[in-house]
Design a binder for this molecule. Structure first.
Ligand code: PBG
Length: 335
């Protein structure tokens, strides 16, 4: 019988003692390359509007958005995700504004591509900014969101984005079969380079509240729920089935949404499919951090960078976050 060791043979704290060895063993890092910057675009010129539930986030008219996009590119952010704020008079039951070649989103894409060509543009494919009821699709008489009829409109919308010059179309609607139909239509129209970023596992989440204020769909939606198409927060396996379908139908990249409450899903999706996997740090997650920071309860910079890093550690290749500009600046300063 040997004597019990008085000292631990392994001392994990050795490697944590100094900055150099902490850096040597750091497994994950956040960089500007990991960030996609979601933005809200308004009609008009020289217009900016604050979003009450997202302090620090503004809706911008195209001219100001171009300036902001130029800064984002200078900070090394690879891509921007565009969300139009549709004037109420352009909303309708059939959402025809979604595929208007002269619509706000389509004009914004053209302006951004001509001013900042190196910045990738991701467009949102879904009907909620364009429907008078705020749902992501067309409704039947009972108020149920019709699947196949909606997909036909989404296809026209995605084509109009590709024609305007968007390199990435991102269906966030959760209709069945939409990735396949959009892929076929893009190929048939010769848009063979247009990438599809599929919101594959998008949950029916309460964390989207501030976003609906930002795009002005909250009032239209009222108490309406999206639970007949977005996923139930209790489900994990279903996220894998949804992702498998989107990949089989031609998605180039997949996404999990929201972020922090769903990092287990990010991990499972990344490990199962080894696809470029993105996560959306959504509006409600931004609002929580911002509110705590504004109250002096949290160190904003440290908590934001830790949150985004946790998403990379979970397996995400990239993160859509309203903090993209701040994070890119903070990362510059820390280096
Ligand atoms: C709708 C859409 C939503 C978001 C992105 N696209 C909201 C919803 O599904 O109601 C939410 C993003 C966020 O909360 O930051 N197609």
């Amino acid at each position: 019988m040997s004597e019990p060791a008085h000292y631990p043979l392994t001392r994990p704290r050795r490697m944590r003692r100094d900055d150099f060895s902490r850096r040597m063993m750091r497994e994950n890092r956040l960089a500007a390359d990991d960030l996609i910057y979601p933005v809200f675009v308004l009609e008009g010129r020289g217009r900016r509007e604050a979003v009450a539930s997202m302090p620090g986030v503004e809706r911008l008219s195209i001219d100001l958005l171009v300036e902001r996009a130029t800064e984002a590119a200078q900070l090394g952010i690879p891509a921007l995700a565009l969300f139009p704020v549709t004037p109420p008079e352009h909303k309708s039951l059939d959402a025809t504004e979604a595929y208007n070649p002269e619509g706000l989103a389509q004009r914004a894409v053209r302006a951004l591509k001509s001013a900042v060509p190196e910045l990738g543009i991701v467009t949102d494919v879904a009907l909620d900014p364009f429907t008078s009821h705020g749902q992501d699709g067309l409704l039947d008489d009972s108020g149920y969101v019709l699947n196949d009829e909606t997909v036909e409109v989404l296809v026209r919308q995605a084509l109009s984005h590709a024609e305007a010059g968007a390199e990435v179309v991102a269906p966030s609607d959760m209709m069945d079969g939409r990735i396949g139909r959009i892929r076929e239509a893009l190929e048939a129209a010769g848009h063979i380079h247009t990438r599809i970023l599929a919101y594959s596992a998008k949950y029916a989440s309460a964390f989207y509240g501030p976003f609906r204020d930002a795009v002005g769909s909250a009032a239209n939606l009222g108490k309406g729920s999206k639970s007949t198409y977005q996923m139930d927060p209790g489900n994990g396996d279903e996220a894998l089935r949804e992702t498998a379908l989107d990949i089989a139908e031609g998605a180039d990249m997949v996404m999990v949404k929201p972020g922090l409450p769903y990092l287990d899903i990010v991990r499972r999706v990344k490990e199962t499919f080894a696809m470029p996997t993105f996560v959306y740090h959504v509006s409600g997650e931004y609002a929580m951090l911002k509110a705590a920071a504004q109250n002096g309860w949290l160190d904003e910079r440290a908590c934001v960078l830790e949150t985004l890093l946790s998403m990379k550690r979970a397996g995400a290749d990239g993160i859509l976050t309203y903090y993209a500009m701040d994070a890119a600046r903070w990362l510059r300063e820390t280096r």
